[in-house]
Design a binder for this molecule. Structure first.
Ligand SMILES: C[S@@+](CC[C@H](N)C(=O)[O-])C[C@H]1O[C@@H](n2cnc3c(N)ncnc32)[C@H](O)[C@@H]1O
Length: 327
C-alpha cells in the first residue's frame, strides 16, 4: 500500500483528499515529449552553429543552443532585466502576476501550525526567487497572518544581480525585524543545489515561481527538489502555462505576448531581445499535463489533476508531495 504523506498544512490536506498519483516510470506523454525533443536535438545538432559535436543542445526561446550557451544567455537576460524586472512584470501582465502570486502563497498557507504543535518551525526554500516577491509573501503569511515567527525563508537564485535587487527590496519592504532575521539569500543553480551545500531532506516547502522554464535541465531541478525536501514536504510551482482550452482568448493573448511584450521591453527597459526570449520561453514550456507527469516522474505524489489553472491557463500552479517512503 502507498505510504501517505504527513499532513502539515491546508495545501497538504487538499492534496491528500484527492486520489493520489503515484511515482511511476516515464509516462506516455513525457516519453513522447522527450522523443520529440531528442529528434529535434539530433536534427539541430548538425545545423546549429557554435555547437561542437557531442555537446547536448536545448532551446533558448525558439533557438537551439548548447546547454552551456543556454545557461550563459539566461544569465545575460536576467542580469539585463534585474533593475526593471518588477516594473516590467506589472506592465506585461496588467498587474495579474500579483494576484497569481497572492493566490499561490495563500494556497500554501506558510507557517500554519496544528493546535498540538503551535508555531512549528518550517524552512521554506524559494528557488529562482529573484527579487523576492514570493519570499516576502511567505514571510507575511507566516509571521503576520499565521503568527508563526519560526518560519525561515531562503531566496535562492543563480543570478547575483537579481539577488542584489532582492536584498535591497527586503530592507525596504519587510516591516518586522523577525521577518528580516528569518530571511537568507543563496546564490545557487537549481539543477545542482548540492554544490551550494543544501543538504538532503532539509526543506519543508520548496517553491518556484516563473523560474523553472528558464532552467537548462528541468528534470534535474525536479530531482534536486525531491532530494532537498523532507518526506512529507511540498513542491509548489507557479509558471506560465497553456491557455489552449479557450481558442479565442488564447489567440488574443498570444498576439499580445508576441507583439506588445518585446515592444514594451524595448521602450521601458531598452531591451527587446530579453523580453522576446521571455515570450518564446513561455511558448516552449510543456503543457500542464506534461509538466505534471515530469513532477510525478521525479517521485512526487500529486492530488487530482495535479495542477490548477489560473486565468484560463495563462499560468498554472503545480503541487506535489514527497512521500514518506519511496515506492
Ligand atoms: C522570471 S524570474 C522569477 C523571479 C521570481 N520568482 C518572481 O516570481 O518574480 C526567473 C528567475 O529565475 C532565475 N534562474 C534562471 N535559471 C536559474 C537556475 N538554473 N537556477 C536558479 N535560478 C535560476 C533567474 O535568475 C531569475 O531570477
Amino acid at each position: 500500500m502507498a505510504a501517505r504523506p504527513l499532513l502539515r498544512s491546508r495545501a497538504l490536506r487538499s492534496l491528500s483528499s484527492a486520489p493520489a498519483r503515484i511515482s511511476r516510470p516515464f509516462s506516455a506523454s513525457t516519453t513522447r515529449c522527450l522523443q520529440q525533443q531528442q529528434q529535434q536535438q539530433q536534427q539541430n545538432a548538425t545545423t546549429s552553429s557554435g555547437s561542437s559535436p557531442g555537446e547536448k543542445t536545448t532551446h533558448f526561446g525558439f533557438e537551439t543552443v548548447t546547454e552551456s550557451e543556454k545557461t550563459q544567455r539566461v544569465a545575460g537576460v536576467f542580469t539585463s532585466v534585474a533593475e526593471s524586472y518588477d516594473k516590467m512584470n506589472d506592465l506585461m501582465s496588467f498587474g495579474w502576476h500579483r494576484i497569481w502570486k497572492d493566490h499561490f502563497v495563500t494556497s500554501l498557507s506558510p507557517g500554519l501550525s496544528s493546535p498540538s504543535h503551535p508555531q512549528a518551525p518550517q524552512h521554506i526554500l524559494d528557488i529562482a526567487g529573484g527579487t523576492g516577491d514570493i519570499a516576502f509573501r511567505h514571510l507575511h503569511h507566516a509571521h503576520v497572518l499565521n503568527a508563526n515567527p519560526n518560519v525561515a525563508v531562503t531566496i535562492s537564485d543563480i543570478n547575483p544581480a537579481m539577488l542584489a535587487v532582492g536584498r535591497q527590496r527586503a530592507a525596504e519592504r519587510l516591516p518586522l525585524a523577525s521577518q528580516r532575521a528569518a530571511l537568507s539569500f543563496l546564490e545557487a543553480d537549481a539543477t545542482d543545489l548540492r554544490a551550494a551545500g543544501v543538504p538532503d531532506a532539509s526543506v519543508d516547502l520548496y517553491t518556484v515561481a516563473f523560474g523553472i522554464r528558464n532552467f537548462t535541465d528541468i528534470p534535474a531541478a525536479l530531482r534536486e527538489a525531491y532530494r532537498v525536501l523532507k518526506p512529507g514536504g511540498v513542491f509548489a510551482c507557479l509558471e506560465f502555462s497553456k491557455a489552449d482550452a479557450h481558442p479565442l482568448f488564447n489567440a488574443v493573448y498570444k498576439r499580445w505576448s508576441f507583439s506588445a511584450i518585446p515592444l514594451i521591453g524595448q521602450l521601458v527597459a531598452g531591451d527587446r531581445d530579453s523580453y522576446q526570449y521571455l515570450v518564446e520561453s513561455i511558448e516552449r514550456f510543456p503543457s500542464q499535463e506534461q509538466f505534471r507527469d515530469m513532477i510525478v516522474d521525479a517521485g512526487f505524489v500529486v492530488g487530482g489533476t495535479g495542477y490548477e489553472d489560473l486565468t484560463g491557463g495563462v499560468a498554472a500552479i503545480h503541487k506535489g508531495v514527497k512521500p514518506i517512503e519511496r515506492k
